[in-house]
Design a protein around this ligand. Sequence first.
Ligand SMILES: Nc1ncnc2c1ncn2[C@@H]1O[C@H](COP(=O)(O)OP(=O)(O)OP(=O)(O)O)[C@@H](O)[C@H]1O
Length: 655
Amino acid sequence: MLSKEEIEIEDYDGLENNLKEAINIFNSKEESNIVIEDMYYNTAKNIGSKLEIKNYDQLTEKLSKLGIGQVRINLISDQKIIIRLYECVTCGDMEYIGRSICDFEAGIISGAVSSIIDQNVEATETKCCGLGDDFCEFELIKKNQGITKGESDVKLDNSKQNVVDLTLHSLNLAKKYKETKYKSECFSDSNQELDRALKNTRKINQFNETVLDSIPNCLAVIDKNGVILRINDKYKEFLGKSSAAEVEKKSVEALNWQTKYQEVLSTGESAVWQEDSEQGVYIVFETPIKENGGVIRQLIAVESQFIKLLLDKIDFLEKEMKYYKNKTLEDKNKEKLIDNMVVVSEEMKEVIKYTKKVAKTDATVLLRGESGTGKTMLAKRIHKESPRKHNDFVYIDCTTIPENFFEAELFGYEPGAFTGAKKDGKIGKLEKANGGTIFLDEIGEVPLEMQSKLLRFLQEQKFERIGSTEIKEVDVRIIAATNQNLEKMVKEGRFRKDLYYRLNVININLPPLRKRWQDIPSLVDEILLQFSKEAGIDIKEVSEEGMKELISYSWPGNIRELKNVLKRLAIITEGKLIKKDDVLSELKDVDATEELEDDSLELEDSNEGQIGRMERDLIIKTLKQHDYNKTKTADKLGMSRQTLYNKFKKYSIDY
Ligand SMILES: Nc1ncnc2c1ncn2[C@@H]1O[C@H](COP(=O)(O)OP(=O)(O)OP(=O)(O)O)[C@@H](O)[C@H]1O
């Protein structure tokens, strides 16, 4: 566009004033915008008609020269002409405003085209960059009424070029006015929006204040410098102030508040503690305000229902934690001390205390106790806790070795030592146990001849393999076990007296389970846990009533029997809980137990003949109850099949 300085014209100011005046007049009217637009259009049309454009090529060239834009003309029919204006200068200035704005261009085009075809045409803008279109488009329609060349709303000078330029300049001013007006409209729109936003913010603030004051706890906002920004009504009440202003904007130090706001700010972590005040005990809870650098402080009365609940819960959790801590510790100790061996009763605690001392020595140990009381388990424990623990623990079940193989088994033999011997010979159990422990289970079953050989070894720790004269010397600790009355056997000449004394250096007696029922609940837990692991099934529990039944039963087969009963119950019982009826139906057929509840069963202080009779009766009864099935009978009695066969032999039971 041409600037004022570029336009050398005398009555420029007059023209400009005219235009401004016109705009002012129109502007004061309600529909001034439309009038102004019409004025642009008509003035521009007048100019367009005076440009003396002869054809469309000249129109294109002229408009581009005037800087109006790049024109493309499309003659659709004699009656309808479409002109497209690319890079329209008005739209370039105003950009997208949501309505068509090229009244000036429309006027120029209509004036110019009217003079080309020498007929009045009116241009309507059908597309406009101001509406978001890619180009501006004008539809030119012929009108009957002709135009009066040379008549303009604006007084024009005689120089045509100057008239054009001056008018363009005036229109340019008007356009700027229009632009300013539009911007002020926008401004007023945004002012209204601001107003609305302000009102909303006030409403939200009001709401926040109400919420803050409705909170039943004392609440204060402290800024990062320790200045109290806000306290709610409850806090005001708590402090006994008539106005929040007495506290707000003051520092926490000045008011002597016990606060951890600095610690909360530096760590970003909340702080909670208890404070006593004249009004009672309070929990102080200070928490950082995100991205703000301040702290929210709350005081919650301990008397409040919420805190009471919380404290109850904490109390409960603490107790629970303590319980599990102790249990874990107990479990750990139990494991360390005796693997999975259950030791709850005082009787067993005594045994273990003694065993621990014994384990450190090399002394020969004789373990006494009914079948299934844990003699083998204890023997292993002694070995594990002794200095020999890194060497072998060798187990010999004396009931299972045929008489003539005993020596070979214990001392070994040379190649070809006897018929049927292995051709490379065999190393004996004693040699295997060198540096370690040998456990002779059921020592009362060792044949007499073998007893003297064993005695010799015990005296000298020396022996010869069968078929060899070479004397072997080994360092072996002996642990023997029996459930028989060895003293009686000695008297009857069935057990060597000297061997008895050799073995009976340290005597440990394992009490029967019925004498240490306190172990039963823990044994039940342990056995069910181990079994669930082995069998890959869910852990079962025994109901309280069921447990009472297990405790009151006399367990002739001791822990081995308890184990078997529980394994069966774990398999048979549906669901997680083993109930009283399940236990009873499992134990119902052992009516002989009543007889066994008699203390006279204890081997040490009982008459062997009486016990023998009772044991014989029990075996026969159990056999009958299990249709003479020996495996089931042995299982029920908590003994191995071999032990059962030995008992058959011992009591002349012929089945
Ligand atoms: N205190 C205990 N805690 C856990 N399990 C035990 C305990 N005592 C024994 N047992 C278990 O009971 C079963 C029988 O124990 P063990 O074989 O040691 O008895 P025993 O007296 O040697 O029997 P037997 O005289 O028939 O040889 C084993 O499975 C053992 O693991």
